[in-house]
Structures are given as C-alpha cells and as structure tokens.
Design a protein around this ligand. Structure first.
Ligand code: ATP
Ligand code: MG
Length: 450
C-alpha cells in the first residue's frame, strides 16, 4: 500500500516542530511508519525558518517551545504558505487557547497527552484535503481558480465534484448569491476530461427573451431582420466542452421548452434552418433560487429541472461554514497583495474575530470585497478592525467608540489635557475622588500599573 500523497508529488510531508527530543523521535518514527515524510524542527526559530523554506504539506507544532511559540508558527504558516493545514499540540491546553488557535486558522488543536491514533486520524483528514485540492488544482491547469476551504461541508462537496466530473451528466449548482457557484462550475469543468475544450457561460437572465434562442442555437442568414449572415450559437461554441447556464431559473417558459428538447439528445436547429445539428456538451447550470421552489410556483418546468439536476450540488452559505473564513481571508489578502503591490502580512486577531462572526449575507463575494478594501486601506502589516466597514466593526455588540465607557474615557482624557495633566483638578471638575481618576488612567494605559 502506498502512503498518503502530498501537494508536491509523492508522500505527504509533515513539518514537525517539537522541542521535546523524545516526543520528536516518537512522532518521527510513527509518521514515518505511516508513510509520511517528516521534516523536523527543534524549536520555534527552526520551525519559522522551515516554514519560510516551504516544501511541506502539513505542520504539526508544539505550542510551548523555546523561542517563537506554536501560535507564532501558525501565524507565519498562515501568512506564508496559506493553505497548509497546521495542527497544534499542547500540554497546557485550555479552551481559550484552542479557540484562539482555531480562529487564527489552525486545522486542529490536540491536547497532550493524546492518543497516536487520534493524531493519525486527524492527519489522514488533512492529507485527504491536500489530495483533493491537489487534484482540482492539477486539473485546473495552473490553479487559476483555487477553491479555498477548511469546512467538512466543502470537503464533501469537492469530493462529489471529483466523482461527478468524469461523467457527462448534467449538474445543477444551487446556493445563495456569492457562495461560489460559478467557481464550482469551473471546477467541475476543470476536473473533467473536457478541460481542454471551452467552458462557455451564458447568463440566462441577461439575454433578452427575443434573442435567447438565436444566441443559444444560432441562426441562418435571413432568419429574421438583422440576421445578415449565418451564425453559430453558443452551444456550438461549447462543442466538446461545458455549457454553463447561469441563473437558469430566469429562463422564460418558451426557452425552457426548447432547452428541454435540446437536452434530450443534444440536437438542435439554428433559427431559420431546417437541418438538425448535434453537439457534445456537458451542461452545468446554477441558480440562487431553489428550482424546486420555482417549480412549485409554476415558474420552472419540473421535467427540465430533472434533466438539469442529474446531480445537484448545494453550496452552503458562508455563515454555515465559518471555518472557511480565515483561510479565505488569507487567500484574498495574498491575491490583493499581488494585484495591488501591497505588503499586508495577515490579520490581527480582533479583526479576524469580527470577520469570523459577521453575518455575511453576500457570502464569499462580500468577504472578498471587504478584504480588498481593508488591504487597500492598510497597505502593509496586519489588518485591523478599523480597516473593516463600520457595520462589521459593531457585530454582536455596541458600536465601538459609542458606549458610555468610551464617552467617559474620551471626556476624562480631554479634561486631563485641558488641565495640563493635573490629576487633582480633573478630579475636582468631575466631582470624583483622585483615587478614581488614577484608577481610570491606569485602565486607559495612561498611567502605569505600579
Ligand atoms: N471557496 C472559494 N475560494 C476562493 N474564492 C471563492 C470561493 N468561493 C467564492 N469565491 C470567490 O467569490 C466570488 C464569488 O464567487 P462566484 O461568482 O462563483 O459566486 P456565485 O455563487 O456565482 O455568485 P452569484 O450568485 O452572485 O452569481 C468570486 O470572486 C470567487 O472567486
Ligand atoms: Mg454567479
């Protein structure tokens, strides 16, 4: 049996960072037996250096180490390599640090002592994710459209994509606006044997009803006013490839009937022509309204629905798969850095918390826009809450800068300035004790604690 296979060809390469020599030896031996390649680091400095070098698929790091700790290793990995799963291990596990690690993008958090089987199970999950991503990436050629995810829901969906891609069966993709339907449609195409042939999108809602038939199926010269020459339709352009019918729920009834006929045998007639033609196309369609509901409302033919949805793939809303938010944010940071020449290194924990908890009605597209705006504002360093739109800054709590406490702080600090730093005068004006003034100034970090 061959071992788990990694992002680079060959076995999965695990970077193990652990300062306890015996533990490192044990992990190295066990992972080696399981068919993994092990790269080892004896402390945080070595771990960071290895991360910068790259060449691994998964990171397994102790949290407490001399030098930079596991959280720093995690942050560096997120900032540099972005998609490699990072698993943290610690003997000093607490719920708080586990949550912090997961939020910062850790793939998993293991409390020591742990069972080796548990570790191997987690590694198998990570290896499977790497394998799927790798096959999709390879099949997409240069990885122009990477699908970034960490949630089990998306992992399952992509596993389905690999399975359905090899057939020519019709695929219907549903999901709310901005969830990544077009991206997934491209992934289906890229993972299929048709990948070297065209992927042709048609926005069914954007073409005027009167033109739709001739756009899709073409026309011959003189078929109607303005048809000055023979013209092939979109389905012919897509021959051998994939026809992507976006917003298929918007197809007018007359076109639904014609499309159904075409789907029965992939045969059609150009408008105004008697001759029947045939093409070989795979049809992937997408809708952000549930077609079953549309059918119930009488706006979509049941029989067409069944034709289109031989396989149906539903993309959950981003709020149902919040684990995907941190890797998506890092993915977009990297992309906008490259596009705009910025040097943003990552996102500060408090900003990542806001992003992780936001409602995201516009799903991934909205997250993409918010990240782009933040990268443009911040330019370098770590993204911070102030770089996010106001409505995100106030998620789940009072608006920052507007609470009673905030007003009190602003007022006291302003008075302090007006009184030239004289704390007794501030106390007199406010009608409170000097001790209270001192306490508050310590809280605000104006005075030191001792
Ligand atoms: N998992 C993902 N990884 C990386 N990028 C993603 C992911 N999901 C969505 N995106 C990006 O988010 C944006 C929206 O995706 P896409 O256009 O595929 O969504 P859609 O569901 O077709 O939206 P709409 O319903 O508005 O047409 C695109 O820029 C896409 O690249
Ligand atoms: Mg779309």
């Amino acid at each position: 049996m061959s071992g788990p296979r990694g992002e680079t060809a060959g076995p999965v390469r695990v970077l193990v960072a652990e300062d306890d020599v015996e533990m490192l030896e044990l992990l190295t031996r066990v992972l080696d037996e399981e068919g993994y390649d092990v790269l080892s680091a004896h402390d945080g400095h070595q771990a960071l250096a290895k991360i910068d070098e790259g060449g691994f698929d998964v990171v397994l790091s102790d949290v407490r180490m001399p030098g930079p700790d596991g959280m720093e290793v995690l942050r560096r990995a997120m900032a540099r390599r972005l998609h490699q799963p990072v698993i943290l291990m610690t003997a000093f596990g607490s719920i708080g640090s586990a949550v912090e690690a997961m939020r910062a993008g850790a793939y998993h958090y293991l409390a020591k002592p742990f069972n080796l089987d548990e570790l191997l199970e987690i590694l198998r999950g990570a290896a499977e994710q790497i394998r799927q991503r790798r096959s999709l990436r390879d099949e997409a050629g240069d990885g122009a459209f990477p699908i970034v995810f960490r949630s089990p829901a998306m992992a399952r969906l992509l596993a389905l994509v690999s399975e359905v891609a090899s057939s020519s069966a019709s695929v219907l993709i549903t999901g709310a606006s901005g969830t990544g339907k077009e991206l997934l449609a491209r992934a289906v195409h890229a993972a299929s044997e048709r990948r070297r042939r065209p992927f042709v999108p048609v926005d069914c809602g954007a073409i005027p009803e009167g033109l739709l038939e001739s756009e899709l199926f073409g026309h011959c010269r003189g078929a109607f006013t303005g048809a000055v020459s023979d013209r092939p339709g979109i389905v012919e352009t897509a021959d051998g490839g994939t026809l992507f019918l976006d917003e298929v729920g918007n197809l007018p009834a007359s076109m639904q009937a014609k499309l159904l006929r075409f789907l029965n045998d992939r045969r059609f007639r150009r408008v105004g022509e008697a001759r029947e033609r045939a093409v070989d196309v795979r049809v992937v369609s997408a809708s952000n309204r549930d077609p079953v509901e549309l059918a119930a409302e009488g706006r979509f033919r049941d029989d067409l629905y069944y034709r289109l949805a031989v396989f149906s793939l539903h993309i959950p809303s981003l709020s149902e798969r919040r684990e995907d938010i941190p890797p998506l944010v890092y993915h977009f940071i990297r992309r906008f850095n490259a596009e705009g020449g910025y040097a943003v290194e990552g996102v500060r924990q408090d900003a990542l918390d806001l992003l992780s908890d936001a409602p995201w009605p516009g799903n991934v597209r909205q997250l993409e826009n918010v990240t782009e705006r933040a990268v443009i504002l911040r330019k370098a360093g770590l993204l911070q809450p102030v770089d996010l739109p106001l409505e995100l800054q106030s998620v789940g709590g009072a608006e920052p800068g507007r609470t009673l406490e905030d007003l009190e702080r602003q007022h006291i600090l302003q008075l302090l300035e007006e009184c030239g730093g004289n704390r007794s005068r501030v106390a007199r004006i406010l009608g409170i004790s000097r001790r209270t003034v001192y306490r508050k100034l310590r809280q605000y970090g104006v005075d030191s604690e001792d």
